[in-house]
Write a protein that binds this ligand. Structure first.
Ligand code: NAD
Length: 290
């Protein structure tokens, strides 16, 4: 078993980005700029936002963290998004999810200018990505593809099983792995909560690559996988003990894997790296550098 180390891969990608930024800034351009909106107090969001801001510094980007109270109204938030959309000094905008219950997250996602939508959640980017056009690709799914590419894991022609169909992970990764992309051309089965257990097991037991994003600790067990499987664990679950674990019973499943992502230090790191790639792309689009 070998580790698909998200930390090593992310550091390498961010280092490449920072070299490009040095060149752009050296030629007289401003730095790329990411704005992150954080609403209320939510411990996991605090930690995700912190790592995004930290990664911006490593990449040589400027960043701004805008905090708003839990009771901000949807229309106030939409007005703020609209002013950032119009601000030429911001290349990429993230509204950290989840938003408070009184705010409809889809309205927020739809309000972000698709050219600044570095999370890749806007329907325009999701649609373009699905059609195989140039787009900001949803960051976690894109990060997974970059990790597979970094470790030269063959994907073309492989049988992939995705467990979980969220709009932010399961759905986009199933499309990306099956599309005619550099990291793609796999045959993909997308499973979800309504997939009968026997069908799920039939699929996972013959999968070459499994991507699991369900949010249930230890969901994937040893009996569900074949020898040599490549296991991508997207889950981030905090146990009562405080320990962070994924959706895979790592100790037992890893013995059968050819490759597996650790949690933490796997896909989470890659999500942030993919955001940096998307931000650089937004910047390069702005300045016609591509
Ligand atoms: P979600 O929480 O929105 O939905 C869970 C999905 O799991 C649903 O699509 C559901 O159909 C599926 N599911 C639930 N039980 C199932 C079952 N028994 N069999 C098959 N499918 C089942 O999904 P999400 O937002 O993608 O989050 C999933 C996990 O990934 C969470 O732990 C989350 O914290 C984590 N996550 C990690 C990153 C990262 O950067 N590493 C990014 C996003 C989400």
């Amino acid at each position: 078993m070998k580790l698909l180390d998200g930390k090593i891969c992310a550091e390498s990608l961010v280092s490449d980005i920072s070299k490009k930024v040095v060149g752009y800034v050296g030629s007289g351009l401003r730095k790329p700029h990411m704005t992150v909106i954080l609403i209320g107090e939510h411990a996991p969001s605090e930690s995700y936002v912190k790592s995004k801001i930290k990664s911006c510094a490593s990449a040589g980007f400027d960043s701004a963290l805008l905090r708003f109270p839990e009771n901000i109204t949807e229309s106030e938030l939409l007005a703020k998004i609209s002013s950032i959309n119009a601000d030429p000094a911001t290349d990429g905008l993230i509204v950290q999810l989840p938003v408070p219950k009184h705010i409809n997250p889809q309205n927020i996602i739809n309000a972000i200018d698709p050219e600044k939508d570095i999370d890749g959640f806007h329907p325009t980017n999701f649609g373009r990505m699905t059609l195989g056009q140039k787009a900001f690709r949803p960051a976690t799914a894109y990060g997974i593809c970059k990790l597979l590419q970094f470790y030269e894991i063959p994907v073309k022609g492989k049988h992939c099983v995705v467990i979980g169909r969220s709009n932010i992970v399961g759905k986009p990764i199933s499309i990306m792995l099956s599309n005619d992309f550099d990291i793609g051309n796999a045959t993909v089965t997308l499973t979800h909560i309504e997939t009968p257990r026997e069908l799920l097991l039939d699929e996972t037991r013959r999968a070459d690559i499994i991507v699991v994003a369900v949010g249930i600790p230890g969901f994937v067990t040893e009996d569900m996988v074949k020898e040599g499987v490549v296991m991508i664990d997207v889950g981030i679950n905090r146990l009562e003990s405080g320990k962070l674990v994924g959706d895979v019973d790592f100790e037992n499943v890893s013995k059968k894997c050819s490759w597996i992502t650790p949690v933490p230090g796997g896909v989470g790191r890659m999500t942030v790296a993919a955001l940096m790639i998307n931000t650089l792309m937004a910047y390069e689009n702005n300045f016609n550098l591509l």
